[in-house]
Write a protein that binds this ligand. Sequence first.
Ligand SMILES: NC(=O)c1ccc[n+]([C@@H]2O[C@H](COP(=O)([O-])OP(=O)(O)OC[C@H]3O[C@@H](n4cnc5c(N)ncnc54)[C@H](OP(=O)(O)O)[C@@H]3O)[C@@H](O)[C@H]2O)c1
Length: 285
Amino acid sequence: MVVVVRIFLAGGTGVIGRALVPALRGAGHTVVATTRREDRIDGLRRLGADGVVVDALDPAALTNAVVDAGPDVVINQLTDLSGGSSGANARLRTEGSRNLANAIRAAGVRGVLAQSIAWAYEDGAGPATEDTPLDVEAAPPRSITVEGVMALEQAMSDSAPATILRYGTLYGPGAWYSRTGLHAEAARAGTWTPALAVTSFLHVDDAVAATVAALEWPVGPVNIVDDDPAETLEWAPRFAQAVGGLIEREALVGTHGGRPVSNARARELGWRPRWSSWRDGFAAL
Ligand SMILES: NC(=O)c1ccc[n+]([C@@H]2O[C@H](COP(=O)([O-])OP(=O)(O)OC[C@H]3O[C@@H](n4cnc5c(N)ncnc54)[C@H](OP(=O)(O)O)[C@@H]3O)[C@@H](O)[C@H]2O)c1
């Protein structure tokens, strides 16, 4: 028997939100989804959600929106990445999460799912699990990301029983790593300079499937990544080739080493990536 859940989706119009609304509806749930833009409400309605215009940086308006929606569960898919500012995104992770946490408490929500990232772990040789400490010693600019993530995860975990979804680097429809995304455009223009690192990828469709499944998962962090962490030297030429671009060896620059990330906990919970490796996923872009 499917239990119908009433969901407040904070961030219904982003790369995950747009794909998540129909998936949640398909699983039988009802969705109230947010945007800051009135002109996106019709699009949300076409996807199957009731849209609400609200800015997460406006605490009173956000509380009113969540209380009015009366959800069982809040799904936080808020990021501020379209403008390319890690500072703006960090502000949303700190202030926006604090506001959303207060709204969740005011509405008496029974559970929370929140988008986080799988690349905030401290350095190390083996695969990072959810028990690996986050990189609290990071220097700027990485510290901006790590501190933002910590604030987000803490605020969500303090607001209600929360499952934290630590997604890998997204690729697929609507993502920067897609045929029309900004990394593809840069690769075709010969201006793409990916950092040397180990990356764990995640197809947008797999992120969505994990998020729907996570409505039944226990509290705590869960890494949602594919099975094939890889070095930039390995994946960047394949991505460039898949999108009709090129990458020169000299364009690969070193900033942070990264490390592999384990998806063992998500697998124990029953999730399997349909795109087990970015190798197949990139080829299908
Ligand atoms: N794990 C990953 O690798 C990862 C995760 C997320 C995104 N990304 C990358 O970042 C790119 C951009 O992300 P995106 O397409 O999801 O767009 P985005 O601009 O990051 O927006 C995501 C969602 O947050 C909402 N939002 C942003 N600021 C808000 C605020 N102050 N108050 C309320 N809502 C707010 C947006 O709504 P409105 O703009 O409609 O108001 C939208 O629904 C993607 O293409 C993807 O490649 C990567």
